[in-house]
Design a binder for this molecule. Structure first.
Ligand code: SF4
Length: 347
């Protein structure tokens, strides 16, 4: 790993984030429990955990906190994969199994929030990798992070696929009494076969919708980022309808569709998966993504229009947020145009 070679002077996420780790601060650990089999944790002591988002003017947030690098949720399409390469870690299976843990994230965040230079800006979490991935069950960094933000009445948002967020429901309710809190869950589709192969480490889509439901039962508005919509695999009108209907039934206060994009790092991994599981689609994908990382505008518009029409039909909208206290859905970023790690990883 070349963490030790990076300086903290670059404004790019790559060097700035990697520079948080001194080489002597890395402790490597494995655990025998079945849920962590084959996974290696690299525990580091970060110098800073508040990351400024380059090009923030085009993002709905300017600051992020990412207590982990790599993600055991292992989504094939995840384009945070590329950031693992910056640490000389493998962007394929290595991203899924070599997890960097900033073990001192809560203390460092508390110190940074208390700095006279900090202006109390909104802090987004889950925009790079999932802060409620399995590792969080063992390291329990989020309660300290939420408490630090709450004690400083600092607004924040969380986007996740992890049902583990329910563990911290009470903390989030308490936070919402003193500041603005946004919560969104990512559910791109319901198809069980697709889920098992393309998001193999995540809780099932229905379990994620249970999270939305649980937040609603506590009077807390929770949005759904319907991402990714995967061309030819989850974009049939009947599939879109079933997904939006389930999102509505769970009580989501909003639904925001996002079509799959394939940036370098994710593209190779996804296309290899496609060749293995759906070889007949490879040529169609090469044509659809011929211009680069994004599906054509006409395709994106079509999906967006269909989902918005369905959302209207099923009554998803701000009116449902009536019960929400100061918790509202986390704002997803627009289609990413900035270098890693600022973009949304299709959480
Ligand atoms: S898309 Fe989100 S949940 Fe999936 S691997 Fe990437 S960071 Fe983890």
């Amino acid at each position: 790993m070349r963490w030790e070679n990076l300086t903290d002077e670059s404004e790019h996420g790559r060097a700035a984030d990697a520079a948080l780790f001194g080489a002597d601060a890395v402790t490597t650990r494995t655990f025998d429990t079945p849920e962590f089999q084959g996974i290696t944790f690299h525990e580091v002591r970060a110098r800073s955990v508040l990351n400024r988002v380059p090009g923030a003017s085009r993002m709905p947030f300017e600051w992020t906190v990412n207590p982990y690098r790599g993600c055991t949720h292992a989504c094939v399409y995840c384009f945070a994969r590329k950031t693992h390469g910056y640490l000389d870690l493998d962007t394929g299976i290595g991203f899924d199994t070599q997890i960097v843990v900033k073990v001192n994230a809560p203390e460092v965040l508390r110190r940074q929030l208390g700095s006279p230079r900090w202006r109390g800006d909104h802090v987004a979490m889950g925009t790079n990798v999932d802060c409620y991935q399995r590792a969080e069950g063992r390291y329990r960094l989020m309660p300290g992070i939420i408490s630090a933000l709450t004690d400083h009445a600092n607004p924040f948002s969380i986007l996740t696929k992890g049902t583990l967020i329910l563990r911290d429901l009470d903390l989030l309710v308490r936070a919402a009494e003193v500041t603005d809190v946004g919560v969104s869950v990512s559910v791109g589709f319901l198809d069980a076969g697709l889920w098992r192969t393309v998001e193999p480490g995540t809780p099932a889509p229905e379990r994620r919708l249970d999270v939305v439901r649980a937040f609603g039962e506590h009077g807390i508005g929770c949005g759904v980022l319907m991402a990714p919509v995967i061309p030819f695999l989850s974009d049939h009108p009947a599939q879109l309808r079933a997904t939006v209907r389930a999102i509505a039934a769970a009580g989501a206060t909003s639904v925001t569709p996002l079509v799959l994009h394939l940036r370098p790092g994710a593209r190779e991994w996804f296309m290899a998966w496609l060749g293995q599981h759906h070889p007949h689609l490879v040529r169609r994908y090469e044509r659809l993504y011929a211009e680069g990382a994004y599906a054509p505008k006409w395709y994106q518009r079509r999906i967006t229009r269909q989902v918005h029409e369905l959302a209207q039909e099923y009554g998803i909208g701000p009116a449902r947020a009536g019960l929400a206290r100061r918790i509202r859905p986390a704002e997803p970023a627009p289609a990413p145009t900035e270098p890693e790690p600022v973009q949304l990883s299709l959480m």
